[in-house]
Design a protein around this ligand. Structure first.
Ligand SMILES: NC(=O)c1ccc[n+]([C@@H]2O[C@H](COP(=O)([O-])OP(=O)(O)OC[C@H]3O[C@@H](n4cnc5c(N)ncnc54)[C@H](OP(=O)(O)O)[C@@H]3O)[C@@H](O)[C@H]2O)c1
Length: 415
């Protein structure tokens, strides 16, 4: 790999401009942005017109450019750009989680075949160096779980609605005004964004390739005042928490709102901040917190990847290449709070053990064991019926489900 980096940049929006600023204000590292590709010819630019191009091949076919930094907001076009660049033997840095998660296995094979480096630290939890931490520090230790708050927009909305008691709509508008939320916030609030990040983390933490359609994501769109009241009466905060868990070479993963107690470090992760908890077999629990979005924090993560290229850094994917392979298995049960406004059959959610149930006039809830695979199958039903589902406690495997349920029943009878 050439140590002199000639960069072709795609995108000069929030992150592209953030990177440009961070790059020009960083000491000890120089690199050269040769050309910047953008889309809208009528947009005023903060740099001279010479540096911009509207033709991607001006960058992709330029033999002087050996590094592509991809920071556009269109995942399909980004995939075409990244694929073409890798096939041309160029190293790539990207911040696009949807692109990476959707094509993870193909991109892994491509970078291997063409012997180039593909780095994507900024795609996952903004400024938190989670990919490099998993790759470099936890490369050999077996991990039991990685979970956290991976999305700044939803965390901002939940902080404002729960702690500051402002409405969901106003909180969302504020997040958009502050540049955390996109004009179409669906990917954030329905948990897709968190799911893409969980898929990327699952590869580096557990060596598995998960497909987005096979991973459950339930977001915060159905959150109701009654859910907030239930949670706060019991001392919980509500956070959107992706969980990737490992037991006996099986990896389960899902994105769900979760009721969090004060003992959990995520309780204190507020506003646009992200937090990641890594649980190692021997090292125990580690907690990383940082800004999950914004031009400068994300630009700083992109700069770190560019800088890593200068010393020929590549991901080693050690967890993928370990002898004992992990497989994905979402046939697990979790304890969950389920709120429904019209009476439903809870068996649809695989809820065969109910610990607590309340039936009011237009507000009902149950606390039950539910099956992750079943929730995935019933995602449309859950959204159509406006159910709010939040995890309580930790996931349990199907085999130990019965004994835990019986234990819980004994406790509730004793009470
Ligand atoms: N914003 C964040 O806090 C954040 C955090 C982590 C990761 N990311 C990821 O970083 C990437 C960029 O996000 P952003 O917030 O910077 O987006 P943005 O502000 O909307 O900017 C997007 C940029 O991409 C350019 N673009 C779009 N389509 C293009 C094409 N076909 N060819 C060339 N340029 C094209 C746009 O050009 P014009 O200027 O001509 O419109 C614009 O400069 C996304 O993948 C996002 O998921 C963002």
């Amino acid at each position: 790999m050439a140590n002199k980096l000639n960069i072709g940049l795609f995108g000069f929006g929030c992150v592209g401009q953030g990177l440009y600023h961070v790059l020009n204000n960083s000491s000890g590292f120089t690199s050269n942005i040769t050309k910047i590709a953008v889309k809208d010819k009528s947009k005023p630019r903060t740099l001279g017109s010479d540096i911009f191009t509207f033709n991607k091949y001006d960058i992709l076919d330029n033999p002087e450019i050996n590094v592509i930094v991809e920071l556009i907001d269109d995942a399909d076009e980004a995939f075409e750009i990244v694929k073409y660049a890798i096939q041309k033997g160029k190293h790539v840095v990207t911040a696009n989680k949807k692109l990476v998660a959707t094509h993870l296995q193909e991109l892994y094979e491509l970078q291997k075949k063409h012997n180039v480096s593909l780095l994507y630290e900024a795609s996952t939890c903004g400024s938190i160096p989670i990919i490099r931490t998993l790759e470099e520090y936890f490369d050999n230790e077996q991990l039991n779980k990685v979970s956290g708050i991976f999305n700044g927009t939803t965390n901002y909305i939940l902080t404002k609605t729960i702690t500051d008691k402002i409405s969901y709509q106003i909180a969302l508008k504020q997040a958009q005004e502050k540049g955390f939320a996109e004009s179409d916030p669906t990917s954030d609030v329905e948990g897709f964004d968190s799911k893409y990040k969980a898929i990327i983390i699952a590869l580096h933490a557990f060596g598995v390739f998960a497909k987005p359609n096979d991973v459950l994501n339930i977001g915060i769109t159905t959150l109701h005042d009654n859910d907030i009241k239930y949670a706060s009466e019991k001392g919980y905060k509500i956070k959107l928490v992706p969980t990737i868990k490992h037991t006996d070479n099986k990896v389960s993963m899902y994105v769900l709102p979760k009721f969090i107690k004060q003992e959990n470090p995520l309780f204190f992760v507020e506003n646009e901040f992200n937090g990641v908890i890594v649980e190692g077999e021997f090292s125990g629990e580690q907690f990383l917190k940082g800004r999950g979005a914004g031009g400068h924090p994300t630009g700083a993560a992109v700069l770190s990847d560019i800088s890593a290229l200068s010393y020929e850094y590549k991901y080693a994917f050690k967890k993928l290449n370990q002898t004992l392979k992990n497989t994905i298995d979402n046939n697990i049960f979790i304890k969950a709070y389920i709120r429904y406004n019209t009476l439903i059959n809870l068996e649809v959610l695989g809820a065969d053990q109910i610990f607590e149930q309340y039936t009011g006039e237009d507000y009902h809830y149950a606390v039950a064991l539910v099956n992750i695979n079943q929730l995935l199958l019933q995602r449309d039903y859950i959204l159509k019926n406006n159910l709010f589902i939040a995890e309580l406690g930790e996931g349990v495997s199907a085999t130990v489900k019965k004994s835990i349920a019986n234990e819980a029943l004994e406790i509730s009878q004793a009470e």
